[in-house]
Design a protein around this ligand. Structure first.
Ligand SMILES: NC(=O)C1=CN([C@@H]2O[C@H](COP(=O)(O)OP(=O)(O)OC[C@H]3O[C@@H](n4cnc5c(N)ncnc54)[C@H](O)[C@@H]3O)[C@@H](O)[C@H]2O)C=CC1
Ligand SMILES: CC(=O)C(=O)O
Ligand SMILES: [Mg+2]
Length: 370
């Protein structure tokens, strides 16, 4: 198969769809790979490394979209990229369609076969192609939150870990999945006081066994969310209902009642966000303030540590990229129900039920298309 890797064009996005090692996995199986010139240069993955792995370096994204049978990316295609997608072309990347009707319509119009990393499931449960970026973003969320608690960044002038004789800051984490667990690990590490909430009691039980009375676990409902958020210095939003828009757990009224100078980091912003006051921001301008609460809502947090993130992402994505290239998308989906769960838009139809529901369009079962 002819596979193409364009350079990412989202704001401050330096990740690459394939590392040179991943290119080698594909070329050694007889596939051809086109990589846009300087796609990885910013993170030390040079054109010559890709050439050594057997790739052809191509000058423009337009040539890649024109020639390749499968496009491998990181972030959701931007409008200019959607316009270059072709009927029958495979797109393998993050999509986050539920809160993004514009992109969904563009992918429907393209006629391309669009797989979303974030809805591919794993044999052992979970979302294995989302997990590595959630680990990165979860860990980063405490770093970002701590930085924005500084006065010069709009925060309440608080050191998260405190010092001897002065109480630490209080971190509240909504969602005890991959993001929540990674955030918890760092928050505990810096010495913060931590409360974590989830509706899944097994997740809370698991964390309670690890951290014991070092943390507080709470079952998530309107009351516990409100009580926790009002007591917090830093709130991390890491809830997810796979494929669907994030539930708005924190209302505008709760934000209004929070401590002045508190910080919220809405990691779930790529699925629309779990704070009613959130809107997506960029690494160039990561925050805005609502009712004296600093909001950090960057939708591609792992892009800031793109070298770590690119390797972590490729570790999780290469297996299905190889299957798609070796077998073609139909056979690869027939052989692997978990990959099939990644199919969001196919032949102009929405094939992921939660996305169809959020966008208000017809849902077509992927089984009828493969
Ligand atoms: N902004 C960014 O750069 C990035 C964003 N993300 C996003 O972070 C979000 C979380 O991802 P993961 O941790 O991997 O998901 P996950 O599925 O591992 O965890 C989500 C957790 O939310 C819980 N949950 C659902 N409804 C809840 C409620 N009402 N109250 C409390 N908990 C609730 C679930 O039970 C689950 O434990 C996703 O939207 C993901 O796309 C992930 C990586 C990077
Ligand atoms: C998952 C996601 O949105 C990201 O890695 O940018
Ligand atoms: Mg306030």
């Amino acid at each position: 198969m002819l596979i193409g890797v364009p350079k990412e064009i989202k704001n401050h996005e330096y990740r690459v769809g394939l590392t040179p090692a991943s290119v080698r996995e594909l070329t050694s199986r007889g596939h051809q790979v086109l990589v846009q010139s300087d796609a990885g240069t910013a993170i030390g993955l040079l054109n010559k490394d890709y050439e050594t792995a057997g790739a052809e370096i191509v000058a423009t994204a337009a040539e890649i979209f024109k020639r390749a049978e499968m496009i491998v990316k990181v972030k959701e295609p931007q409008p200019v990229e959607c316009a270059m997608l072709r009927e029958g072309q495979i797109l393998y990347t993050y999509l986050h369609l539920a809160p993004d009707p514009e992109q969904t319509k563009a992918l429907i119009a393209s006629g391309a076969i669009c797989f979303a990393y974030e809805t591919i499931t794993g044999a052992g449960g979970g979302l294995p192609l989302l997990a590595p970026m959630s680990e990165v973003a979860g860990r980063m969320s405490i770093q970002a939150g701590a930085a924005h608690l500084e006065k010069s960044k709009g925060g309440m002038a608080l050191l998260l870990g405190g010092v001897p004789g002065v109480a630490p800051g209080h971190v509240v984490i909504l969602g005890a999945g991959v993001v929540g667990t990674a955030a918890l690990q760092v928050a505990v590490g810096v010495g913060a006081r931590v409360t974590i909430l989830d509706k899944n009691i097994d997740r809370l039980r698991h964390l309670d066994l690890i951290y014991g009375n070092r943390i507080t676990t709470l079952y998530s409902n309107e009351q516990t969310v409100e009580d926790s958020v009002l007591a917090a210095d830093l709130v991390i939003g890491g809830v997810l209902i796979p494929g669907a828009a994030a539930p708005k757990l924190v209302t505008r009224a709760m934000i209004k009642k929070m401590k002045p100078g508190a910080v919220v980091v809405d990691v779930a912003i790529d699925q629309g966000g779990c704070f009613e006051t959130s809107h997506a921001t960029t690494h160039a301008e990561p925050t805005f303030v609502v009712d004296n609460v600093v909001h950090y809502c960057v939708a591609n947090m792992p892009g800031a540590v793109a070298r770590t993130s690119t390797f972590a992402l490729n570790n999780a994505t290469i297996r299905h990229a190889v299957a798609l290239a070796d077998k073609g998308w139909k056979q690869a989906c027939r052989d692997d129900v978990h990959l099939k769960h990644g199919l969001n838009v196919c032949n102009g139809k929405v094939t992921y039920e939660a996305v169809a529901r959020e966008i208000g369009t017809d849902y077509v079962n992927a089984d009828t298309l493969i």
